[in-house]
Design a binder for this molecule. Sequence first.
Ligand code: UN1
Length: 510
Amino acid sequence: IDTATFPSTESIRAQVANAFEKIGVDTARYAGSRPVISPVNGAEVGSTTKHDENDVRAAIDAAQSAFLNWREVPAPVRGALVKRWGELLVEHKQDLASIITVETGKISSEAAGEVQEMIDIVDLAVGQSRQLFGKTMPSERPGHRLAETWHPLGVVAVITAFNFPVAVFAWNTALALVAGDTVIWKPAEAGRLASIAVSRLLERAAEDVGAPEGLHHLVLTDRHGANPLIEDDRVRLVSATGSVRMGREIAPTIAARFGRALLELGGNNGAIVAPSADIDLALRGIVFSAAGTAGQRCTTLRRLIVHKSIAGDLVDRIARAYATLQIGAPTEDGILIGPLINKSSFEAQQQALQDAVAQGGTVVCGGERVLESEAPDAFYVQPAVVRMPAQTEVVYEETFAPILYVVEYETLEEAIAFNNEVPQGLSSAIFTQDQAEAERFLSASGSDCGIANVNIGTSGAEIGGAFGGEKETGGGRESGADSWRVYMRQATNTINYSGELPLAQGVKFI
Ligand code: UN1
């Protein structure tokens, strides 16, 4: 625990002001009285306006009218906007990272890594702007051609969570803009400052390349204010990251108007550690996935399913590794574990630990609050490891905090069943040197998750692969080489150059 260095509220504010200035944010534009609290010390470090439903409706109007022009711009020209945005993200990587750290409590290297994810998806999207391929296929009729064409979809709403306040916006927006869509962004409450900075860079990119105005709109609002994004027919796609509860709330409304939903909801990710595993490697993978980002990734490792022959030794080694992790202000060098996002997150963490014990669990290490005297309004906790006799009720829930539940298994079949029995289906992993075991885990009867890894943890996916999960995770896929299709609409074209009019399926008419 690092008690030595704790930044003052003034220095945190100065960090944001400095980054805003370099990025060219007009601070008056979003001025208002809705406070921004930094989880680093729990102090108010800024404030923003709050948009209401009328503001959001006005954004939809503007995004819809911008769409009508943008869809006519050639895709590679649309790519040039995204490319310029990427250049500005590279230039301001550290500025953005420092805002992310202040606002979400992410350590510097992870905050910079988040910006790198944006840069990576931009690269992918720019390339894709020349590859929005449609297939042609043989017609059953002579002198006919069949083709598939992809067209821009319309207005896309992107609703993001605090834990990846800007990367997930970029996953969606880089592809949506290349696809010819316009975007309305509703960031999380704890993500507003970063969203203002990232939006400004996108706006600057649009100015630099002479792109039309109104391609992207930022709405700083709450669930209620965001209702038009869910309800308005013109919002063709709602891409939302958040809790299962949020997904259950919005999905029926979007479905009722036949809109598209791309949902990235909860994860409850498991890793199996087989007897043959390289334990040194597994240990590093487990510790980063379970304790990194203070357990606040949707891909965080929450359930360790260990073969009973190695469980005691592995748990001891995890506990020893945990004891070496520096917990403290994420603004400082060398810190690996920053704060939880807020008090209710801390309360949920405490409640989960109590429930785990009540359900027969034993806390091996961690769980307690630390740095309370240095930062009484912030919530730092020791990452916890809890041995469970079985996957009880609490293990089925996603608690957004660093709690790793450990259960033992005897057969691989049982381990896979444990992995799959929770309602969420985002990420999973197996640590093994046995190829047949690894293949079983990856097979149709193996992990039921959207992400299944071998000899690597559950978190830290690259943008080249599709990201998303099954079951209560919501089924959406972002990033990767195929997800562009969700931002476009497909048309099938039958073109007749025969001069005759033969009907398909041999039908005779006039
Ligand atoms: C999230 O937590 O919402 O795979 C996204 C990862 C990151 C993205 C996480 N690339 O951990």
